[in-house]
Design a protein around this ligand. Structure first.
Ligand SMILES: Cc1cc2nc3c(=O)[nH]c(=O)nc-3n(C[C@H](O)[C@H](O)[C@H](O)COP(=O)(O)OP(=O)(O)OC[C@H]3O[C@@H](n4cnc5c(N)ncnc54)[C@H](O)[C@@H]3O)c2cc1C
Length: 350
């Protein structure tokens, strides 16, 4: 019987990061992936931001996640001979005077000033509605997720470790870790929100969130160096193009844009931009978000040959590299998983 150390199901952001880590630890890997409509990684703007902007607080484990993410994506750019990682400030526009004061207070009292700087006075930019000014979050930026996944896919194909196929649960022998006659030490599911259809892991409390985005063209603004954030983000792509997103919809799980979602984005853009713009494209995808907003990592409670690496939610780019390295250590040594990420916390639901 053919054998492999790990079968990974799904080559979105989660499966890609994990496959790179395992291969670098000299493990043999077979990725089975069939791109589906609505996959999150193909739509994401890929922003990473260590600050929760609404309350001006450090996001969960930001001090651990951020340095690992920066080092990892820079390393992967070199490994794959491509560029897809950009470090740029996020310019938070204050919606009102109270918010401006809150941010100033947090910076002087709560050690937030290692991420926040450059408070700018009102009306500094003619093309922005910045009547309450803003401040910059740094380090921050974005991963060009599609470019990273495409470069990785070429790499995995050149290593003969990727099969383009839909994983068929009828052909899985869950108790012994055999799929289509291939024996694996573990079969790791990285299916994004489609984990809700996985017969072995659908007991986990996923809470998928559809998001819609726009690509717009601003004729009078070739490129603003910062990413602007106020309700939505506006990410400069170059050559007058900008990505705008995103909406949050807990009811739908498809790749179709909606009249309400697009109207919401236009409304937010009008609260930010003074300039005219045209719409270039509209897209939607579904985030693998979870009920407690924490990732889902770990072994199946009954079938020890099955595991999951999922639940990257709205923050896959910043938390993915740390969690992937952590999960790889868990798989290849006996180190325990982070309690907040380990699916053991839901064993009562199984
Ligand atoms: C509109 C939007 C905006 C976002 N913006 C950001 C952002 O700015 N920053 C950020 O960090 N995150 C953002 N995200 C979230 C981010 O996209 C996710 O955290 C991340 O991409 C999840 O990756 P994943 O690999 O878990 O899932 P996915 O990207 O969905 O990948 C899953 C893969 O598994 C495959 N698959 C599933 N089932 C099977 C099967 N049975 N057989 C074979 N293959 C299968 C799918 O086709 C797909 O290729 C955004 C998401 C959306 C939708």
């Amino acid at each position: 019987m053919k054998s492999v150390d790990y079968i990974i199901v799904g080559q979105g952001l989660a499966g890609t990061l994990l496959a790179h880590d395992l291969i670098e630890k000299k493990q043999s890997v077979l990725i089975i992936d069939k791109p589906h409509a609505a996959m999150a990684s193909k739509v994401a703007a890929g922003l990473f931001n260590p600050v929760g902007v609404k309350r001006c607080i450090r996001s969960w484990m930001a001090d651990d996640f951020l340095p690992v993410a920066i080092e990892r994506y820079k390393f992967l750019e070199k490994k794959l001979g491509s560029t897809f990682f950009n470090i740029n400030p996020i310019f938070r526009l204050f919606p009102n005077e109270a918010n401006r004061k809150q941010w100033q207070g947090k910076c002087s009292n709560e050690r937030m000033n290692d991420f926040i700087s450059d408070f700018e006075p009102p009306n500094s930019y003619s093309f922005l509605k910045d009547e309450f000014g803003g401040a910059s979050i740094y380090p921050a930026g974005n991963l060009e997720v599609v470019k990273f996944l495409d470069a990785s896919r070429l790499f995995f194909k050149s290593e003969n470790c990727l099969i383009e196929d839909k994983f068929n649960f009828k052909l899985l022998e869950a108790d012994v870790g055999v799929y289509k006659g291939i024996q694996a030490k573990k079969i790791i599911f990285c299916e994004g929100f489609r984990a809700i259809y996985n017969p072995h892991f659908k007991y986990l409390p996923f809470s998928p969130t559809k998001g819609e985005i726009l690509t717009i063209r601003i004729p009078k603004l070739e490129k603003f160096e910062k990413i602007v954030s106020k309700g939505v983000y506006i990410l400069p792509l170059g050559d007058h193009l900008y990505r705008v997103g995103a909406t949050f919809n807990h009811l739908e799980r498809d790749e179709l844009v909606t009249t309400e979602g697009i109207a919401y984005l236009h409304d937010k853009i009008k609260q930010i931009l003074e300039e005219e713009y045209d719409v270039v494209s509209e897209k939607a995808g579904v985030r693998p978000t979870t009920r407690d907003r924490k990732p889902f990592l770990g072994e199946h409670p009954k079938h020890k040959k099955l595991a999951i690496f999922n639940g990257l939610g709205t923050r896959g780019v910043i938390q993915g590299p740390y969690l992937s390295a952590h999960f790889t250590t868990f798989l290849t040594t006996s180190e325990k998983l982070l309690k907040g990420a380990d699916i053991q916390r839901y064993k009562g639901l199984f």
